[in-house]
Design a protein around this ligand. Structure first.
Ligand SMILES: C[S@@+](CC[C@H](N)C(=O)[O-])C[C@H]1O[C@@H](n2cnc3c(N)ncnc32)[C@H](O)[C@@H]1O
Length: 410
């Protein structure tokens, strides 16, 4: 079943119609309180808090519920797409190892490790001599899965600052770090979006403080938080999950923001990434995710739900994944560089080109194997799909700045 699932990523350029019309058409508006879904608390809160409970609640969180299928039960990441991905990470582990002078103990920390699939694949792909020195560590809020390779340490939180020498890798972690959502009201004032567990939304207070500052700096065209001074929240206009929002176009940079613009405040992700990088004493930190750039943020944001392999309206009741594209440019520290997954994997030897036809005559089964690997590599490097993901690469302690070769920044 897993193979039938698609990645969570969608091109964000046509996001307006995806969020604004497609979802709205599929779901009628409901009266507030008319529908109850899962653990409805009837309490309004911001999306960050609602997502935190929905994804990571101890008993019934989407990711943490005991016996749940894990990420692979709902969508497909690069890790699930092909063992070539773990092979590429193994190549990167070897390069980090060389750059660090082959230490007695080399850490591989996988943040947001799912069910440990990447670590398992890397252990299988590494040369025995490197595997023998590797300390694989999964950082994951879900419980350790049964039957996992006993060499893999499993922990619920990051290691202590400065305690790791090696590679820290986070594939599709940051998009699941909960964020608040803002929306401009009828006067163009950005307000925090409040949501209930059934997905009904309304606008709350104007955004201020550090969140307003983050928006001003990183979300362009930035809603103008200072326009909110002295205003009170709109009357409680409630909307069903995925209900239509207008307009579909951002205001010109010098004009007052239009009503209905949405943005996700990526500040918790910047902080989470900075904490992850700080765990390294020496080595390389890599975050891989679907991303957008300042100046190219989608006007209606990217908050989305996924369930059973399909994109659904985001409803914070624990029944679906809740995710949003990552502002990787905002997460990047001073020594970071960014490139596409296509560029990164090519630098690590993953190539989607077909094998030469002549091989079919001399080694037919080798040709079939090479053809299948080329197909998997093509999926991982497709610029319109997984290959368009962003890699944020951050060296710590001097080693590792050039481990992905002289590839251009994304
Ligand atoms: C989309 S899944 C990705 C799983 C895996 N990395 C992959 O690529 O297949 C995100 C995972 O991150 C985990 N996660 C989210 N926030 C976390 C945190 N603060 N610490 C540890 N794990 C976290 C979730 O529980 C979930 O398993």
């Amino acid at each position: 079943m897993r193979g039938a699932y698609s990645p969570r990523w969608r091109p964000h350029a046509p996001n307006v119609s995806e969020r604004g019309t497609a979802c709205a058409a599929a779901r009628p508006r409901v009266r507030a309180g008319a529908r109850t879904v899962g653990r409805v608390t009837n309490e309004w809160c911001g999306w960050r808090e609602a997502t935190e409970r929905a994804l990571y609640g101890p008993d019934d969180g989407f990711y943490t519920r005991p016996g749940g299928p894990g990420p692979a039960g709902h969508f497909r990441t690069s890790v699930h797409a092909s063992p070539l991905y773990a092979g590429a990470v193994a190549t990167l582990v070897c390069r980090v190892d060389s750059a660090l002078g082959r230490p007695d103990e080399l850490a591989l920390v996988d943040v947001g490790a799912g069910r440990g699939e990447l670590l398992t694949g890397v252990l299988a792909a590494l040369p025995g001599e490197v595997a023998a020195r590797l300390r694989p560590c999964a950082v994951e809020r879900a419980a350790r899965p049964a039957g996992l390779d006993p060499r893999i340490e499993w922990r619920g939180g990051l290691p202590a600052p400065g305690s790791v020498t090696g590679l820290l890798f986070a594939n599709e972690w940051l998009d699941n770090v909960p964020v608040d959502v803002v929306e401009t009201d009828a006067d163009g004032v950005p307000r925090r979006v409040l949501v209930r567990a059934d997905g009904t939304e309304r606008l709350g207070a104007p955004v201020d403080g550090a969140d307003a500052e983050w928006l001003r700096r990183w979300w362009s065209p930035a809603p103008a938080p200072e326009a909110a001074a002295g205003r009170t929240p709109d009357a409680a206009v409630e909307r069903a999950p995925g209900a239509a929002r207008a307009p579909s176009r951002p205001a010109a940079p010098d004009a007052a923001p239009s009503p209905g613009l949405r943005a996700e405040i990526g500040r918790p992700r910047d902080e989470a990434w900075a904490r992850a990088v700080r765990t390294l004493r020496a080595g390389l930190a890599v975050a891989v995710d679907y991303a957008h750039e300042r100046g190219d943020r989608p006007p209606l944001g990217t908050l989305t739900g996924f369930r059973d392999g399909r994109e659904v309206a985001p409803v914070p009741d624990g029944s679906c994944d809740i995710t949003a594209h990552v502002a990787l440019d905002a997460c990047a520290g001073p020594s970071a560089r960014r490139l596409t997954q296509r560029a990164a994997l090519r630098a690590l030897g993953v190539d989607g080109r077909r094998p030469p036809l002549a091989l079919a005559a001399t080694d037919p089964s080798g040709y079939v194997r090479a053809l299948s690997a080329a197909g998997a590599a093509a999926e991982l490097t497709d610029p319109a799909g997984l290959g368009g993901f962003g890699w944020l690469v951050e060296p710590v302690g001097g080693a590792g700045a050039d481990l992905l070769g002289a590839v251009g920044a994304a």
